[in-house]
Ligand binder design. Structure first.
Ligand code: GLA
Length: 383
């Protein structure tokens, strides 16, 4: 891929690139929609990701081209604080804007991106392009940020520049991920542990529903607001910074403060999902994959019924998995509203699973899903 990117860079910009970098996407094993509630999450970086070739220029301009899109975007450095009409380019633009605001001297740069993460599929193509840009410029120009600072800058871009009130999980996962490890991340303290993902006779299948995530951002921000409302109500009786400070037992003592059924459902999901991640971390440590799988199914049920971020397509995938003997756990991963599910699938059954899932899914939904066997990969690297 490096050579291909270098050749394309030359073809696009009539000169050679200075360096090429790779940054992964991510899946989340369990702990969904709780990062912005100070919860525990368990993401892993994957081997799908974003490549970027860069070269500095002396024109005082930033140029962005992606092999995935037709548009080529050019921005003068004094206009970098403006959002661009082309959505994908706003991620790198937002990062550069933050670096400049922080007083870093960056004159002009040419970028060429390529990504093989399906866009809008819940595998964090946006966090990947944000961290790809941030990591590359930081490394190439020796800007002096550590990884956690880059993660926080990328989250700020997502929240303030793009307008999605997301938590920190995605940026953290793609920046910190390691091969064959899950990150058990406490989103309140940002303390984390790397845990071996030893799946024995199982592998992780990623199933892309191929459903476009319509209105996903506004629904996401609506969920964030609903959690804030639950927190406000609970604070009438106790002092809490985050919903995940409560476990299910303690929550039951105060949940009478929430009268609205929807808000109660949202908070119940958050609190119980956080409890499930604690159990899942133990199960993974003890090599108890059956228990891990049960928790995955329970997580999906809660996201479907209480948090209402699943949908017919994701439910069809998980419903099929529940009937398939060689899968021991499955759930949606990421924000939901379409996108991807993950499944713990017994090795050797990949083809059989794909065949039967496809028949079931097409029958229910009308078009096929895509299935990848994923590997857990490393965080950002210079190639
Ligand atoms: C998106 C957000 C994350 C997280 C997940 C849901 O991926 O970017 O911060 O909230 O949804 O767990």
């Amino acid at each position: 891929m490096k050579i291909e990117l270098e050749q394309n860079f030359l073809a696009n910009y009539n000169r050679n690139s200075d360096a090429v970098y790779f940054t992964p996407g991510r899946i989340n094993l369990i702990g969904e929609h709780i990062d912005y509630n100070g919860g525990l999450v368990m993401p892993c970086a994957i081997t799908l990701g974003t490549w970027v070739a860069i070269a500095s220029n002396n024109d005082g301009k930033f140029r962005f081209k992606s092999l995935n899109f037709e548009t080529r975007v050019e921005v003068e450095s004094n206009k970098i604080h403006n959002k661009n009409g082309s959505l994908w380019a706003n991620y790198p633009i937002g990062i550069i804007n933050e670096f400049l605001k922080d007083g870093k001297e960056i004159n002009g740069f040419d970028f060429l991106f390529f990504g093989n993460i399906p866009i809008g599929s819940g595998l964090s193509s946006s966090a990947s392009i944000e961290i790809a840009t941030a990591f590359a410029l930081n490394d190439y120009l020796n800007l002096g940020y550590d990884k956690l600072e880059l993660v926080k800058i990328a989250k700020k871009v997502e929240n303030d520049f793009i307008g999605l009130n997301s938590g920190i999980m995605d940026q953290f996962a793609v920046a910190v991920g390691e091969k064959d490890k899950a990150i058990v991340l406490d989103c309140e303290t940002l303390k984390y542990k790397m845990v071996d993902v030893a799946l024995g006779k199982y592998s992780l299948a990623i199933i892309n529903t191929n459903k476009p995530r319509e209105l996903a951002d506004s629904k996401y921000n609506e969920r964030v607001a609903e959690c804030q409302e639950a927190l406000r109500l609970l604070n009438e009786e106790i002092t809490l910074h985050n919903l995940c400070e409560l476990n299910a037992e303690k929550f039951a003592l105060h949940s009478h403060l929430i009268h609205d059924e929807t808000i109660l459902n949202r908070a119940t999901h958050v609190v119980k999902e956080n409890d499930r991640v604690h159990l899942a971390a133990k199960a993974l440590n003890n090599g108890n994959l059956e228990e891990f799988g049960r928790l995955m199914y329970a997580s999906h049920k809660s996201l479907k019924e209480l948090y209402e971020v699943s949908g017919d397509e994701l439910d069809a995938v998980v419903d099929f998995c529940l009937t398939y003997d060689h899968v021991i756990g499955a759930r949606m991963t990421g924000a939901g509203f379409g996108g991807c599910a993950i499944a713990l699938l017994e090795r050797g059954y990949e083809e059989d699973f794909a065949k039967h899932l496809t028949a079931y899914y097409v029958g229910k939904i009308g078009y096929p899903a895509a299935i990848y066997i994923s590997e857990i990969g490393d965080g950002p690297t210079r190639l």
